[in-house]
Design a protein around this ligand. Structure first.
Ligand code: CTP
Length: 390
């Protein structure tokens, strides 16, 4: 949870400085105490008054306050996490070089809290080998980074350099407040979302899956350091930029995509609602209405069964169980039949709501029922699944 956490947002001088206002606003709404520091250059883009109004706290601008205390030590000690957003090439370079010559750089040097950089800059600046070398060096030292997004940049270029969506930064902060990068070095394959099996060129068979649980797992695993590969069905939401994704909107396409990545995966999580059946003879042209219509359906391959049968001992395979009755018993039967390491039995699913509850059942060991929003449930699933890896 993020409520009551102390977040220090250090805003450095890029055009994305105005986007940090939304971040601070959302953090406050989430119940955090949010203290803002503004660099001298950031004040060219946005005023301290804006952040004071949004955060409800005085904005720190100088090393030494009129009240006589030493700002950088005070706030370095106070913070549960320091978020440098946006982070310019300059602040990244200074920290990498060990320079502490202003409020933000000295605070970063003085803090024992995790520091998350959210770079946003012109694509050529971001790709500059010096900036990249600094990012790599800081990552090695345990500093945390988000990837900038692709898109149209303020400078007119199109490329990687945009400030990420606020929601994605919040997901990163939530992760780093509670988890280390414990999944670094682990490759995780995650399928998610529903399939669409064609009846004719205009109609298909599908189901109510939104794909949000799988995306929450992918985000959570990414921020914990895993190399994540997503295989996405017909999702309602966009997949964030930082997650590699293969689109596969039929059971057959999903089968092919999963098998392509399966052998490299340490952990495979089948959160997708794969169609069990597809029309045997999809019509080439739109079916015109007439009398009652009977559709003949054929079985699709049970992908998860194949993964469970073929997995190596060093691989972990996790399934989901969608049941309308006897949820845990039926899920347990699937776990055994499909030779899985874990199965996640979903309980509460209110359409359109993010709250969920499920029971995580391991092949050996004690099951656990967890509840919360999908991102928090995703972390709890990963806690159990990754525990097996060690
Ligand atoms: N699954 C799969 N391939 C299919 C169907 C399902 O890989 N053709 C996977 C799903 O991704 C999920 C798990 O199997 O992880 C269980 O899916 P579910 O629909 O609950 O059960 P089924 O195995 O299809 O059995 P039934 O529909 O009879 O309950």
């Amino acid at each position: 949870m993020i409520k009551n956490k102390k977040i220090l947002v250090a805003v450095t001088g890029g055009i994305a400085a105005y986007k940090a206002v939304d971040l601070v606003s959302k953090l406050r709404k989430a119940g955090c105490q949010t203290k803002v520091m503004l660099s001298k250059n950031a004040q060219e883009f946005i005023t301290p008054l804006t952040f004071k109004s949004i955060s409800g706290m005085d904005v720190a601008l100088d090393m030494f306050s009129p009240a006589g205390y030493i700002e950088h030590i005070t706030w370095a000690d106070w913070a549960d996490i320091v978020v440098v957003a946006p982070a310019t090439g300059n602040i990244i370079g200074k920290v990498a070089a060990g320079i502490a010559d202003d409020l933000i750089s000295t605070t970063i040097m003085a803090t024992a809290a995790p520091v998350l950089f959210v770079p946003a800059m012109n694509i050529h600046m971001y790709e500059n080998p010096i900036v990249q070398r600094n990012v790599t060096a800081l990552r090695k030292l345990g500093y945390l980074f988000m990837e900038p997004e692709h898109g149209l940049l303020a400078c007119g270029y199109r490329g990687k350099g945009r400030f990420p969506q606020t929601t994605e930064i919040l997901f990163a902060i939530r992760t780093h407040l509670h988890h280390s990068r414990d999944l670094a070095g682990t490759t995780i394959l995650i399928s998610t979302g529903p399939c669409q099996e064609a009846i004719d060129p205009m109609r298909y068979i599908t189901n109510h899956s939104s794909g949000r649980m799988g995306l929450a797992l992918a985000r959570a695993a990414h921020f914990r350091g895993a190399a994540v590969q997503v295989v996405a069905g017909a999702l309602q939401d966009a997949v964030p930029d930082y997650l590699p994704v293969t689109s596969a909107t039929t059971a057959a396409a999903m089968h092919t995509a999963i098998l392509k990545h399966f052998s490299q995966a340490d952990i495979t999580i089948m959160a997708a609602a794969v169609s069990d059946y597809r029309p045997l003879h999809p019509a080439k042209e739109k079916i015109k209405k007439g009398d009652n219509l009977t559709l003949e359906l054929e079985r699709t391959t049970d992908i998860l069964q194949q993964l469970g049968d073929e997995k190596r001992p060093d691989q972990t395979v996790v399934g989901f169980a969608a049941e309308s009755r006897d949820i845990v018993e039926n899920a347990r039967k699937k776990l055994v039949k499909k030779h899985l390491d874990f199965i996640v039995a979903n309980h509460l699913q209110v359409a359109g709501q993010d709250a969920t509850s499920c029971t995580i059942i391991p092949a050996s060991g004690t099951e656990k029922t967890v509840a919360g929003d999908k991102f928090s449930v995703a972390h709890q699933i990963l806690d159990m699944v990754a525990g097996r890896q060690k």
